[in-house]
Design a binder for this molecule. Structure first.
Ligand SMILES: Nc1ncnc2c1ncn2[C@@H]1O[C@H](COP(=O)(O)OP(=O)(O)OP(=O)(O)O)[C@@H](O)[C@H]1O
Length: 250
C-alpha cells in the first residue's frame, strides 16, 4: 500500500497575522501529483513550509501507510546557491544523505542516470557557480530526485525555466511520482501546466482552500473571476488538455 499525506484544519500565522486558516487538503497519495495554485501572497509557500515542519502549526499534518520512506522533502523556490562544487558532486551529496544504498559504482550510475533524465549530463563537471539560475534549479530537482523522499514538496519548480524545460521538469515530476511511488505536492503558477501535470488541484485564496478536485472541475472561468479577478475562458481539447486564456482583468 502506498503512503498518504494528510493535512487537516491547518492554521498558521507569522506573529499575530493569520496566514493559513483551516486548510484541509484532499489526501496526497503516493504516485499522484497534487498541484497548489492561487494568487501571489495567498499562502502557497507558507503551506508547503508548514507541511515540511518549518513552522509550529495548529491542526494535523501526518504521513501514513507506505512500506518505504515516509520522509518529507521540501524543495524551495530558490535554486541551490552558486557554490564551487560540481553538478555531479552536488547530486552525489544528495544521494548519500537520501535513502539510496548500494556499492560506490551504483551510486555513480544513479547520479549519471538522474543527470541524464534532467538533461544535465553535459554539465556534470561544471561548478554550480558557473551555471545559470535555471540550470541550478534543475540541479536542485536532481538532488531532490536522488534522495527519493516519500513525500516531495515542490515550490514552483519551474519558476526560472524556459518553456521546454518547464514541460520536461513536469514530465519528470510525473515520472518520479509513478516510478518512485512518491506523493508529490507542487506549487504551480501556470494553470495550464497545473492541469497538465496534476491529478488533483487545490486552489488557495487568502489563506483558505477555495476549491479542490480534478483539474477540469476546479480550473473554470468562475474560479478565474473569483480567485484571480480576471475574465478568462477554459477549453478542453479532444485529447483532454486544458487551455486557459485570460482576456481581461476585472
Ligand atoms: N517570513 C514572513 N514573515 C511575515 N510574513 C510573511 C513571511 N513570509 C511570507 N509572509 C506573508 O505571508 C503571506 C503568504 O506568503 P506566501 O509566500 O506563502 O505566499 P505565496 O502564495 O507563496 O506567494 P507567491 O505566489 O508570491 O510566491 C504573504 O502576505 C506574505 O507577505
Amino acid at each position: 500500500m502506498g503512503l498518504t499525506l494528510e493535512v487537516h484544519e491547518l492554521a498558521f500565522g507569522y506573529g499575530r497575522t493569520p496566514i493559513l486558516r483551516g486548510v484541509t487538503l484532499p489526501a496526497v497519495r503516493s504516485a499522484e501529483v497534487t498541484a497548489v495554485i492561487g494568487p501571489n501572497g495567498s499562502g502557497k509557500s507558507t503551506l508547503l513550509r508548514c507541511i515540511a515542519g518549518f513552522h509550529r502549526v495548529q491542526g494535523k499534518v501526518a504521513v501514513s501507510g507506505g512500506a518505504g520512506s515516509g520522509d518529507i522533502l521540501y524543495l524551495p523556490q530558490d535554486p541551490p546557491p552558486p557554490s564551487s562544487i560540481t553538478v555531479f558532486e552536488a547530486v552525489m551529496l544528495a544521494l548519500r544523505i537520501g535513502r539510496y544504498s548500494g556499492p560506490q559504482r551504483s551510486y555513480e550510475l544513479q547520479v549519471a542516470t538522474t543527470l541524464t533524465a534532467l538533461g544535465l549530463n553535459t554539465f556534470a563537471t561544471r561548478r554550480l557557480a558557473d551555471l545559470s539560475g535555471g540550470q541550478r534549479q534543475l540541479v536542485g530537482l536532481a538532488q531532490a530526485m536522488a534522495r527519493r523522499p516519500g513525500v516531495l514538496l515542490l515550490d514552483e519548480p519551474t519558476s526560472n525555466l524556459d518553456l521546454r524545460n518547464q514541460l520536461q521538469v513536469f514530465r519528470l515530476v510525473r515520472d518520479i511520482a509513478t516510478t518512485q511511488q512518491t506523493a508529490v505536492l507542487t506549487v504551480v503558477h501556470d494553470l495550464a501546466l497545473a492541469a497538465w501535470v496534476a491529478d488533483h488541484v487545490v486552489v488557495l485564496a487568502n489563506g483558505v482552500v477555495h476549491s479542490s478536485g480534478p483539474p477540469a472541475e476546479v480550473i473554470t472561468p468562475e474560479m478565474l473571476r473569483d480567485v484571480y479577478q480576471v475574465a478568462g475562458s477554459v477549453h478542453r481539447t479532444p485529447d483532454g488538455t486544458l487551455t486557459v486564456a485570460v482576456t481581461d482583468s476585472l
